[in-house]
Design a binder for this molecule. Structure first.
Ligand SMILES: [Zn+2]
Length: 306
């Protein structure tokens, strides 16, 4: 059965001139076409839900004066550029619409490799960050399970950079297709590296790399491995919570949709509370780390595929 198509609510239609119509996309890539602009804009915005042949019939019956077959081609082209999308993919909020648009644009590229489905997320750890992750997992209708159970994605959470306990929890939480750590650091919230089993750097790789590149080696090792001194007594306030909420939801939506071209596995992303800036640090795999594939080489690099 043919899926019904609707106008993508993330796309704006702008009548530039009587014969010029522009589609404006949320990622700032715009497409301009020559046609009876007002007529096509009316058709696209008039009917909200119809099958492909019905859309083609509406175009044929209009004042656009189309030759045979052209109407079908236009409907197909509008689908290819995500102006018309399957009605089931319509969203309610601006954020959802933007993420759906990005997902649909790369859908055909992602069909060339297997994007694991995430049915269950394990949240390992507690505190404010853990509560926010739990709320968002529920909001996104993903299942939750304990860390000992099967889940495709394990996210280790901490309200402070207590690396001594984070690394213990990380190790004891067991394997999963995806794993990452989200923690509130001194002045920043950090998340990553998104570890794809056997393919990209893990949290241990991140710690060993930061030690290897530190100018002050003893201090770095003490901070990364110490069990005392990294805990914080200050509570996490509303501003911090809102930042964490945004970053966790963005992160989870990208992982669930397989948007590895944006999330870039093997990187740690940080957002600074004071400056408002974000930075991304690439983390190379440590070839001596246990997280590697049996051969010591990644079986494939997802980010090279897209
Ligand atoms: Zn590793």
């Amino acid at each position: 059965m043919l899926a019904n198509l609707s106008l993508n609510s993330a796309v704006k239609i702008c009548v530039v001139a009587p014969n010029i119509l522009q589609f404006r996309f949320p990622d700032s890539h715009h497409i301009t076409m020559e046609c009876d602009a007002a007529c096509l804009a009316d058709i696209l915005t008039w009917k909200t839900d119809a099958s492909g042949p019905e859309w083609a019939e509406m175009l044929r019956a209009s004042d656009l004066d189309l030759d045979n077959g052209i109407a079908e081609d236009i409907v197909q082209s509008l689908q290819n550029i995500c102006v018309l999308i399957e009605s089931a993919n319509k969203t309610k909020t601006l954020g959802e619409a933007i993420f759906m648009h990005a997902h649909l644009l790369t859908k055909s590229a992602k069909s060339s490799f297997e994007v694991p489905t995430i049915n269950k997320v394990s949240i390992v750890g507690d505190g404010v960050v853990g509560n926010i992750v739990s709320e968002i997992v529920t909001q996104m209708s993903l299942g939750q399970s304990g860390c000992a159970q099967e889940s495709e994605y394990k996210i280790i959470v901490s309200d402070s950079p207590a690396f001594g306990s984070i690394r213990e929890v990380y190790k004891s939480s067991g394997e999963a297709k995806f794993k990452s750590v989200a923690w509130m650091d001194e002045g920043s919230f950090r998340i990553g590296p998104l570890h794809i089993k056997g393919e990209s750097a893990c949290f241990e790789c991140f710690l060993s790399r930061t030690e290897a590149t530190a100018h002050f080696f003893e201090e770095a090792v003490s901070f990364n491995r110490g069990k005392r001194g990294n805990e914080r007594s200050l509570e996490i306030g509303l501003m911090e919570k809102n930042l964490i909420r945004f970053l966790i939801e963005r992160h989870l939506r990208l992982v669930v949709n397989g948007q590895f071209n944006i999330i870039d596995p093997g990187t740690v992303e940080s957002w600074n509370l004071l400056s408002g800036e974000n930075s991304t640090v690439p983390v190379l795999r440590n070839p001596y780390c246990d997280c590697g594939a049996a051969s010591g080489r990644p079986t494939k690099a997802i980010r090279d595929i897209i």
